[in-house]
Write a new protein. Structure first.
Length: 235
């Protein structure tokens, strides 16, 4: 380790960025937040451990800050999901969310799969969760405006977010489970069930018909929808 030159007065933000860069490198190399001790990060940065404490109160604060660095990428992914049809946009957002979580399993586990370490954002909601929810609500609200979804956008978004979050959380928490080889196909199934199920649920009566009758009605609906995709016959 080379001795780091002491930062001049007013260069604190630069040192903080160097600390975060070193911590992110350790996280990428080890794949676990356990490696992010303040001493290890200090050695990687070339400063004393007390210097790290000047910017981060404890290990939890450092880990959270490092993991939040990737969260802007999620916003950029959502921005690329736009489509002329809001329901297709919503589906793309759900798949992008799942890919993001699985591409950053350590960060996702830290920010979304364990209780916050006492540092929350507005109204006590962790910043990562608030950002995710905001993106989901925006996509759902567009569907409500066109009428394909009905209801309170926030409540609808909570349901669909819970479905996708549950899927990726199981992937991350149970890697040894015999999941299907094509995880993308399972994610796509969950996203479709969440989206179409939400669209259908608001239109169903409280008292449903018997199962056999309901199955026939759903089969008829599926047949009519499938017919829209068939090419026209010969003139």
């Amino acid at each position: 380790m080379q001795k780091r030159v002491r930062a001049r007065r007013g260069h604190g933000p630069l040192l903080r960025e160097e600390i975060l860069h070193a911590a992110a490198a350790l996280l990428a190399e080890t794949g676990t937040e356990d490696a992010l001790t303040l001493r290890a990060v200090a050695e990687r940065t070339g400063v004393s451990t007390p210097s790290v404490y000047l910017h981060f109160a404890d290990k939890e604060a450092l880990v959270e800050a490092v993991c939040l660095r990737v969260w802007d990428e999620l916003g950029r992914l959502f921005a690329t999901c736009g489509d002329d049809d809001p329901l297709r946009t919503l589906g793309r957002c759900g798949r992008a969310y799942a890919r993001f979580a699985l591409d950053h399993p350590v960060q996702y586990r830290v920010l979304m799969m364990r209780p916050p370490a006492g540092r929350a954002g507005v109204a006590g909601v962790p910043r990562a969760a608030a950002a995710c929810f905001g993106h989901m609500v925006d996509a759902v609200a567009a569907c409500v405006r066109t009428g394909v979804l009905r209801g309170d956008p926030e409540l609808l978004a909570l349901g669909m977010w819970s479905a996708v979050h549950g899927c990726v959380s199981l992937f991350i928490a149970q890697p040894s489970f015999p999941w299907p080889g094509d995880r993308e196909a399972l994610v796509d199934h969950i996203v479709r069930v969440a989206g179409f199920g939400t669209a259908l649920a608001a239109r169903l009566p409280r008292e449903l018909p018997p199962s056999a009758e309901l199955a026939r009605e759903l089969d008829d609906l599926a047949t009519r929808l499938a017919a829209r995709e068939e090419p026209p016959g010969p003139a």
